[in-house]
Design a protein around this ligand. Sequence first.
Ligand code: ATP
Ligand code: MG
Length: 386
Amino acid sequence: MIINRLIAKNWRNFRQINVPLRERQFIVGPNASGKSNLLDIFRFLRDIVKTDGGGFQKAVRDRGGISKIRCLSARQDPEVSIEIHISETPGASTKWRYALGFRQETRGHRRTYLTREQVWKKSELLLDRPDEDDNVDTDRLTQTFLEQINMNAGFREIAQFLRSVTYLHLVPQLLRFADSIQGRIVEEDPFGQGFLERVASVTERTRRSRLRKIESALKIAVPQFEQLEFLRDKNTGRPHLRALYSHWRAKGVWQQEDQFSDGTLRLLGLLWALLESDSVLLLEEPELSLNLGIVSQLAPLISRMQRSRRRQVFVSTHSDALLTEPGIDGTEVLMLIPTKTETEVKVAWDVKHVRRLLEAGLTVGEIVLSRAGPEHAEQLSLLKWN
Ligand SMILES: Nc1ncnc2c1ncn2[C@@H]1O[C@H](COP(=O)(O)OP(=O)(O)OP(=O)(O)O)[C@@H](O)[C@H]1O
Ligand SMILES: [Mg+2]
Protein backbone atom coordinates (compact mmCIF):
# COMPACT_ATOMS: atom_id res chain seq x y z
CA MET A 1 0.00 0.00 0.00
CA ILE A 2 1.13 3.56 -0.44
CA ILE A 3 0.25 6.89 1.12
CA ASN A 4 -0.98 8.94 -1.79
CA ARG A 5 -1.86 12.19 -0.04
CA LEU A 6 -0.82 14.04 3.09
CA ILE A 7 -2.90 16.79 4.61
CA ALA A 8 -1.74 18.41 7.82
CA LYS A 9 -2.30 21.53 9.86
CA ASN A 10 -0.10 23.27 12.44
CA TRP A 11 2.54 20.52 12.50
CA ARG A 12 5.82 22.14 13.64
CA ASN A 13 6.94 24.71 11.08
CA PHE A 14 4.05 23.92 8.69
CA ARG A 15 0.75 25.76 8.98
CA GLN A 16 -0.87 23.83 6.13
CA ILE A 17 0.21 20.88 4.02
CA ASN A 18 -1.91 19.32 1.31
CA VAL A 19 0.08 17.39 -1.27
CA PRO A 20 -0.26 14.25 -3.37
CA LEU A 21 2.50 11.70 -2.78
CA ARG A 22 4.27 9.36 -5.15
CA GLU A 23 5.81 5.95 -4.63
CA ARG A 24 9.25 7.56 -4.75
CA GLN A 25 9.16 10.99 -3.16
CA PHE A 26 12.06 13.38 -2.73
CA ILE A 27 11.91 16.19 -0.19
CA VAL A 28 14.20 19.16 -0.73
CA GLY A 29 14.69 22.44 1.08
CA PRO A 30 17.33 24.49 2.89
CA ASN A 31 18.62 23.59 6.35
CA ALA A 32 15.89 23.86 8.98
CA SER A 33 13.13 24.10 6.38
CA GLY A 34 11.35 21.11 7.92
CA LYS A 35 12.42 18.03 5.93
CA SER A 36 12.92 15.98 9.08
CA ASN A 37 9.77 17.48 10.58
CA LEU A 38 7.80 16.34 7.56
CA LEU A 39 9.17 12.80 7.81
CA ASP A 40 8.31 12.90 11.51
CA ILE A 41 4.59 13.02 10.69
CA PHE A 42 4.82 9.44 9.43
CA ARG A 43 6.96 8.41 12.40
CA PHE A 44 4.36 9.96 14.70
CA LEU A 45 1.60 7.85 13.14
CA ARG A 46 3.79 4.78 13.50
CA ASP A 47 4.49 5.59 17.15
CA ILE A 48 0.74 5.70 17.85
CA VAL A 49 0.24 2.13 16.66
CA LYS A 50 3.48 0.58 17.87
CA THR A 51 2.72 -2.68 19.69
CA ASP A 52 5.29 -2.38 22.44
CA GLY A 53 5.00 0.87 24.29
CA GLY A 54 3.21 2.86 21.64
CA GLY A 55 0.08 4.95 21.89
CA PHE A 56 -1.07 8.45 21.09
CA GLN A 57 -0.17 9.99 24.47
CA LYS A 58 3.35 8.60 24.35
CA ALA A 59 3.87 9.73 20.76
CA VAL A 60 2.99 13.29 21.81
CA ARG A 61 5.03 13.08 25.02
CA ASP A 62 8.12 11.76 23.22
CA ARG A 63 8.06 14.91 21.11
CA GLY A 64 8.04 17.19 24.14
CA GLY A 65 4.27 17.66 24.29
CA ILE A 66 1.87 19.49 22.09
CA SER A 67 3.52 22.85 22.74
CA LYS A 68 6.55 21.60 20.80
CA ILE A 69 4.53 20.03 18.03
CA ARG A 70 2.03 22.78 17.36
CA CYS A 71 3.17 25.39 14.86
CA LEU A 72 4.52 28.41 16.73
CA SER A 73 2.92 30.76 14.25
CA ALA A 74 -0.49 29.06 14.43
CA ARG A 75 -1.92 32.06 16.29
CA GLN A 76 -5.58 31.47 17.19
CA ASP A 77 -5.96 27.87 16.04
CA PRO A 78 -4.98 25.45 18.84
CA GLU A 79 -5.59 22.25 16.87
CA VAL A 80 -2.96 20.09 15.19
CA SER A 81 -4.29 17.73 12.54
CA ILE A 82 -3.02 15.03 10.20
CA GLU A 83 -4.83 13.18 7.45
CA ILE A 84 -3.43 10.50 5.16
CA HIS A 85 -4.94 8.80 2.13
CA ILE A 86 -3.86 5.27 1.34
CA SER A 87 -4.24 3.24 -1.84
CA GLU A 88 -3.45 -0.40 -2.60
CA THR A 89 -1.04 0.44 -5.41
CA PRO A 90 0.37 3.62 -6.95
CA GLY A 91 -2.21 5.04 -9.31
CA ALA A 92 -5.13 3.09 -7.76
CA SER A 93 -7.97 5.03 -6.18
CA THR A 94 -7.87 5.80 -2.47
CA LYS A 95 -8.95 2.89 -0.28
CA TRP A 96 -8.49 4.34 3.20
CA ARG A 97 -8.52 7.81 4.68
CA TYR A 98 -7.44 8.32 8.26
CA ALA A 99 -7.74 11.71 9.97
CA LEU A 100 -6.67 12.79 13.42
CA GLY A 101 -7.01 16.15 15.18
CA PHE A 102 -5.82 17.02 18.68
CA ARG A 103 -5.20 19.87 21.06
CA GLN A 104 -4.44 20.55 24.69
CA GLU A 105 -6.97 21.18 27.46
CA THR A 106 -6.89 24.79 28.49
CA ARG A 107 -7.57 24.03 32.16
CA GLY A 108 -7.15 21.25 34.73
CA HIS A 109 -4.68 18.52 33.84
CA ARG A 110 -3.98 20.13 30.47
CA ARG A 111 -4.30 16.76 28.83
CA THR A 112 -3.81 16.31 25.12
CA TYR A 113 -7.09 15.10 23.70
CA LEU A 114 -8.54 14.21 20.34
CA THR A 115 -10.70 16.79 18.64
CA ARG A 116 -11.51 14.28 15.94
CA GLU A 117 -10.68 10.84 14.63
CA GLN A 118 -12.19 9.70 11.37
CA VAL A 119 -11.80 6.73 9.09
CA TRP A 120 -13.21 6.30 5.61
CA LYS A 121 -13.12 3.14 3.57
CA LYS A 122 -13.58 4.35 0.00
CA SER A 123 -16.42 6.82 0.49
CA GLU A 124 -17.94 5.15 3.55
CA LEU A 125 -17.34 6.91 6.87
CA LEU A 126 -16.52 4.04 9.27
CA LEU A 127 -15.51 6.06 12.29
CA ASP A 128 -16.45 9.55 13.34
CA ARG A 129 -15.29 10.73 16.73
CA PRO A 130 -16.05 12.33 19.12
CA ASP A 131 -19.15 10.13 19.31
CA GLU A 132 -21.84 10.03 21.99
CA ASP A 133 -19.79 7.81 24.30
CA ASP A 134 -16.82 10.18 24.00
CA ASN A 135 -19.04 13.06 25.02
CA VAL A 136 -20.16 11.19 28.14
CA ASP A 137 -16.68 9.97 29.10
CA THR A 138 -14.12 12.46 27.80
CA ASP A 139 -11.19 10.34 29.06
CA ARG A 140 -11.83 8.21 25.99
CA LEU A 141 -10.54 11.10 23.90
CA THR A 142 -7.02 10.62 25.23
CA GLN A 143 -6.63 7.50 23.09
CA THR A 144 -7.14 6.85 19.41
CA PHE A 145 -9.22 3.90 18.27
CA LEU A 146 -6.43 3.19 15.80
CA GLU A 147 -4.14 2.07 18.63
CA GLN A 148 -6.80 -0.11 20.32
CA ILE A 149 -7.24 -3.66 19.09
CA ASN A 150 -10.78 -3.92 20.39
CA MET A 151 -11.77 -0.74 18.57
CA ASN A 152 -9.94 -0.92 15.26
CA ALA A 153 -11.28 -4.24 13.94
CA GLY A 154 -12.92 -2.55 10.94
CA PHE A 155 -9.73 -0.76 9.86
CA ARG A 156 -6.86 -2.70 11.43
CA GLU A 157 -5.19 -2.82 8.04
CA ILE A 158 -4.26 0.86 8.50
CA ALA A 159 -2.64 0.20 11.88
CA GLN A 160 -0.68 -2.76 10.52
CA PHE A 161 0.52 -0.73 7.58
CA LEU A 162 1.67 2.21 9.72
CA ARG A 163 3.37 -0.09 12.20
CA SER A 164 6.00 -1.07 9.68
CA VAL A 165 6.98 2.46 8.65
CA THR A 166 10.80 2.54 8.91
CA TYR A 167 13.02 5.56 9.45
CA LEU A 168 16.71 5.36 8.54
CA HIS A 169 19.39 7.91 9.27
CA LEU A 170 22.41 5.66 9.42
CA VAL A 171 25.39 6.86 11.44
CA PRO A 172 28.39 4.64 10.61
CA GLN A 173 30.22 5.37 13.87
CA LEU A 174 27.29 4.05 15.88
CA LEU A 175 27.12 0.90 13.84
CA ARG A 176 30.85 0.38 14.21
CA PHE A 177 30.71 0.69 17.96
CA ALA A 178 27.52 -1.34 18.31
CA ASP A 179 29.35 -3.75 20.61
CA SER A 180 30.36 -1.16 23.15
CA ILE A 181 26.93 0.49 23.28
CA GLN A 182 24.97 -2.74 23.38
CA GLY A 183 21.67 -2.39 25.15
CA ARG A 184 21.50 1.34 24.56
CA ILE A 185 19.90 1.34 21.18
CA VAL A 186 17.50 4.18 20.44
CA GLU A 187 13.96 2.90 19.96
CA GLU A 188 13.29 1.65 16.43
CA ASP A 189 17.02 1.92 15.81
CA PRO A 190 17.01 4.75 13.29
CA PHE A 191 20.78 5.24 13.48
CA GLY A 192 21.67 1.65 12.79
CA GLN A 193 23.28 0.56 16.09
CA GLY A 194 21.21 -2.59 15.97
CA PHE A 195 21.75 -3.13 12.26
CA LEU A 196 23.76 -6.32 12.68
CA GLU A 197 21.10 -7.73 15.00
CA ARG A 198 18.51 -7.03 12.32
CA VAL A 199 20.61 -8.85 9.75
CA ALA A 200 20.93 -11.72 12.22
CA SER A 201 17.22 -11.89 12.98
CA VAL A 202 15.96 -13.03 9.55
CA THR A 203 16.08 -16.62 8.33
CA GLU A 204 19.30 -17.86 6.82
CA ARG A 205 17.73 -18.13 3.40
CA THR A 206 16.44 -14.53 3.40
CA ARG A 207 19.75 -13.25 4.70
CA ARG A 208 21.70 -15.06 2.02
CA SER A 209 19.54 -13.82 -0.77
CA ARG A 210 19.68 -10.20 0.47
CA LEU A 211 23.40 -10.25 1.12
CA ARG A 212 24.03 -11.68 -2.34
CA LYS A 213 22.17 -8.76 -3.91
CA ILE A 214 23.99 -6.26 -1.71
CA GLU A 215 27.29 -7.91 -2.54
CA SER A 216 26.77 -7.36 -6.25
CA ALA A 217 25.93 -3.70 -5.64
CA LEU A 218 28.98 -3.18 -3.41
CA LYS A 219 31.22 -4.83 -5.99
CA ILE A 220 30.27 -2.04 -8.34
CA ALA A 221 30.45 0.76 -5.80
CA VAL A 222 33.47 -0.12 -3.68
CA PRO A 223 36.90 -0.65 -5.29
CA GLN A 224 38.47 -4.06 -4.66
CA PHE A 225 35.38 -5.28 -2.82
CA GLU A 226 34.94 -8.96 -3.62
CA GLN A 227 32.71 -10.83 -1.24
CA LEU A 228 30.34 -10.26 1.67
CA GLU A 229 29.66 -12.75 4.45
CA PHE A 230 27.70 -12.99 7.65
CA LEU A 231 29.25 -14.68 10.67
CA ARG A 232 28.97 -14.94 14.42
CA ASP A 233 31.79 -14.34 16.86
CA LYS A 234 32.90 -17.73 18.22
CA ASN A 235 33.25 -16.44 21.78
CA THR A 236 30.48 -13.89 22.20
CA GLY A 237 28.00 -15.11 19.60
CA ARG A 238 27.59 -11.53 18.33
CA PRO A 239 26.70 -11.10 14.67
CA HIS A 240 29.18 -9.55 12.25
CA LEU A 241 29.66 -8.93 8.58
CA ARG A 242 32.96 -9.36 6.85
CA ALA A 243 34.15 -8.53 3.38
CA LEU A 244 36.94 -9.80 1.21
CA TYR A 245 39.00 -7.09 -0.42
CA SER A 246 41.36 -7.96 -3.23
CA HIS A 247 43.98 -5.34 -2.43
CA TRP A 248 47.12 -5.78 -0.34
CA ARG A 249 47.61 -9.48 -0.82
CA ALA A 250 47.26 -11.89 -3.68
CA LYS A 251 44.55 -13.89 -1.92
CA GLY A 252 42.80 -10.79 -0.63
CA VAL A 253 42.13 -9.77 2.94
CA TRP A 254 39.00 -10.23 5.05
CA GLN A 255 37.90 -7.21 7.03
CA GLN A 256 35.13 -6.93 9.57
CA GLU A 257 32.43 -4.23 9.49
CA ASP A 258 34.26 -1.99 11.98
CA GLN A 259 36.91 -1.52 9.29
CA PHE A 260 34.50 -0.80 6.46
CA SER A 261 34.47 2.77 5.20
CA ASP A 262 31.61 5.13 6.14
CA GLY A 263 30.23 5.01 2.60
CA THR A 264 30.34 1.21 2.48
CA LEU A 265 28.43 0.99 5.76
CA ARG A 266 25.84 3.54 4.70
CA LEU A 267 25.29 1.86 1.37
CA LEU A 268 24.98 -1.51 3.09
CA GLY A 269 22.38 -0.17 5.52
CA LEU A 270 20.48 1.59 2.78
CA LEU A 271 20.32 -1.46 0.51
CA TRP A 272 19.29 -3.71 3.38
CA ALA A 273 16.47 -1.30 4.29
CA LEU A 274 15.26 -1.22 0.70
CA LEU A 275 15.10 -5.01 0.69
CA GLU A 276 13.66 -5.34 4.17
CA SER A 277 9.91 -4.86 3.99
CA ASP A 278 7.22 -3.53 1.72
CA SER A 279 6.02 -0.68 3.89
CA VAL A 280 7.00 2.99 3.88
CA LEU A 281 10.73 3.75 4.17
CA LEU A 282 11.87 7.20 5.31
CA LEU A 283 15.46 7.92 4.28
CA GLU A 284 17.32 10.90 5.70
CA GLU A 285 19.96 12.28 3.36
CA PRO A 286 21.16 8.97 1.92
CA GLU A 287 23.86 10.83 -0.04
CA LEU A 288 26.05 11.40 3.03
CA SER A 289 29.58 9.95 2.68
CA LEU A 290 28.87 8.58 -0.76
CA ASN A 291 30.77 9.31 -3.92
CA LEU A 292 28.89 11.52 -6.40
CA GLY A 293 28.83 8.77 -9.01
CA ILE A 294 27.08 6.43 -6.57
CA VAL A 295 24.73 9.17 -5.36
CA SER A 296 23.59 9.82 -8.92
CA GLN A 297 22.57 6.14 -9.14
CA LEU A 298 20.48 6.07 -5.96
CA ALA A 299 17.25 7.32 -7.53
CA PRO A 300 17.21 4.71 -10.33
CA LEU A 301 18.29 2.08 -7.82
CA ILE A 302 15.28 2.87 -5.64
CA SER A 303 12.88 2.57 -8.56
CA ARG A 304 14.45 -0.69 -9.71
CA MET A 305 14.06 -2.13 -6.23
CA GLN A 306 10.46 -0.92 -6.14
CA ARG A 307 9.65 -3.15 -9.09
CA SER A 308 10.06 -6.28 -7.01
CA ARG A 309 9.20 -4.80 -3.63
CA ARG A 310 6.45 -2.24 -3.50
CA ARG A 311 8.11 -0.13 -0.88
CA GLN A 312 7.19 3.55 -0.84
CA VAL A 313 10.32 5.57 -0.23
CA PHE A 314 10.58 9.13 1.04
CA VAL A 315 14.02 10.68 0.66
CA SER A 316 15.12 13.94 2.24
CA THR A 317 18.14 15.32 0.42
CA HIS A 318 20.52 18.22 -0.13
CA SER A 319 22.16 16.58 -3.11
CA ASP A 320 21.67 17.76 -6.67
CA ALA A 321 23.60 14.71 -7.87
CA LEU A 322 20.87 12.54 -6.40
CA LEU A 323 18.25 14.44 -8.38
CA THR A 324 19.99 14.66 -11.73
CA GLU A 325 18.60 11.39 -13.04
CA PRO A 326 16.43 12.40 -16.00
CA GLY A 327 13.83 9.81 -14.96
CA ILE A 328 12.78 11.86 -11.91
CA ASP A 329 9.72 13.83 -12.79
CA GLY A 330 8.52 17.05 -11.19
CA THR A 331 5.70 15.37 -9.28
CA GLU A 332 8.20 13.21 -7.39
CA VAL A 333 9.76 16.21 -5.67
CA LEU A 334 8.35 18.21 -2.79
CA MET A 335 9.91 21.64 -2.35
CA LEU A 336 9.92 23.10 1.14
CA ILE A 337 9.85 26.85 0.81
CA PRO A 338 10.41 28.79 4.03
CA THR A 339 8.64 32.12 4.47
CA LYS A 340 8.96 34.47 7.46
CA THR A 341 6.46 32.58 9.61
CA GLU A 342 6.15 29.05 8.24
CA THR A 343 7.26 26.64 5.51
CA GLU A 344 5.15 25.98 2.45
CA VAL A 345 5.21 22.56 0.81
CA LYS A 346 4.83 22.48 -2.95
CA VAL A 347 5.03 19.80 -5.59
CA ALA A 348 7.90 20.97 -7.85
CA TRP A 349 5.80 20.38 -10.98
CA ASP A 350 3.19 22.84 -9.67
CA VAL A 351 5.72 25.66 -9.34
CA LYS A 352 5.39 27.56 -12.59
CA HIS A 353 8.99 28.44 -13.38
CA VAL A 354 10.21 24.99 -12.28
CA ARG A 355 7.74 23.35 -14.62
CA ARG A 356 8.86 25.57 -17.48
CA LEU A 357 12.50 24.58 -16.98
CA LEU A 358 11.59 20.89 -16.66
CA GLU A 359 9.66 21.11 -19.89
CA ALA A 360 12.72 22.74 -21.47
CA GLY A 361 14.68 19.56 -20.64
CA LEU A 362 16.57 20.45 -17.45
CA THR A 363 16.67 17.83 -14.68
CA VAL A 364 15.10 18.34 -11.28
CA GLY A 365 18.57 18.46 -9.70
CA GLU A 366 19.64 21.29 -11.98
CA ILE A 367 16.64 23.43 -11.09
CA VAL A 368 15.36 22.69 -7.65
CA LEU A 369 18.41 22.59 -5.44
CA SER A 370 19.90 25.82 -6.66
CA ARG A 371 16.74 27.35 -5.23
CA ALA A 372 16.78 25.32 -2.05
CA GLY A 373 19.77 27.01 -0.42
CA PRO A 374 19.63 30.05 1.82
CA GLU A 375 19.33 33.27 -0.14
CA HIS A 376 22.72 34.68 0.85
CA ALA A 377 24.82 31.55 1.44
CA GLU A 378 27.92 33.21 -0.04
CA GLN A 379 28.01 35.55 2.97
CA LEU A 380 29.00 32.60 5.14
CA SER A 381 32.57 32.64 3.81
CA LEU A 382 32.78 36.42 4.18
CA LEU A 383 32.05 36.40 7.91
CA LYS A 384 34.85 37.60 10.15
CA TRP A 385 35.85 34.70 12.39
CA ASN A 386 38.27 36.53 14.63
N1 ATP B 1 6.41 23.85 16.70
C1 ATP B 1 7.18 24.47 15.81
N2 ATP B 1 6.76 25.61 15.19
C2 ATP B 1 7.53 26.25 14.30
N3 ATP B 1 8.76 25.82 13.93
C3 ATP B 1 9.25 24.71 14.50
C4 ATP B 1 8.48 23.96 15.46
N4 ATP B 1 9.21 22.89 15.84
C5 ATP B 1 10.39 22.97 15.16
N5 ATP B 1 10.41 24.04 14.34
C6 ATP B 1 11.52 24.50 13.48
O1 ATP B 1 11.81 23.51 12.52
C7 ATP B 1 13.18 23.65 12.14
C8 ATP B 1 13.86 22.32 12.03
O2 ATP B 1 13.33 21.61 10.98
P1 ATP B 1 13.99 20.27 10.45
O3 ATP B 1 14.90 19.68 11.45
O4 ATP B 1 12.87 19.43 9.98
O5 ATP B 1 14.82 20.85 9.21
P2 ATP B 1 15.52 20.07 8.02
O6 ATP B 1 14.93 20.60 6.76
O7 ATP B 1 15.48 18.61 8.26
O8 ATP B 1 17.01 20.63 8.15
P3 ATP B 1 18.42 19.91 7.84
O9 ATP B 1 18.57 19.97 6.35
O10 ATP B 1 19.39 20.81 8.54
O11 ATP B 1 18.38 18.54 8.39
C9 ATP B 1 13.87 24.47 13.22
O12 ATP B 1 14.31 25.69 12.67
C10 ATP B 1 12.81 24.67 14.26
O13 ATP B 1 12.87 25.96 14.80
MG1 MG C 1 16.93 17.19 8.78
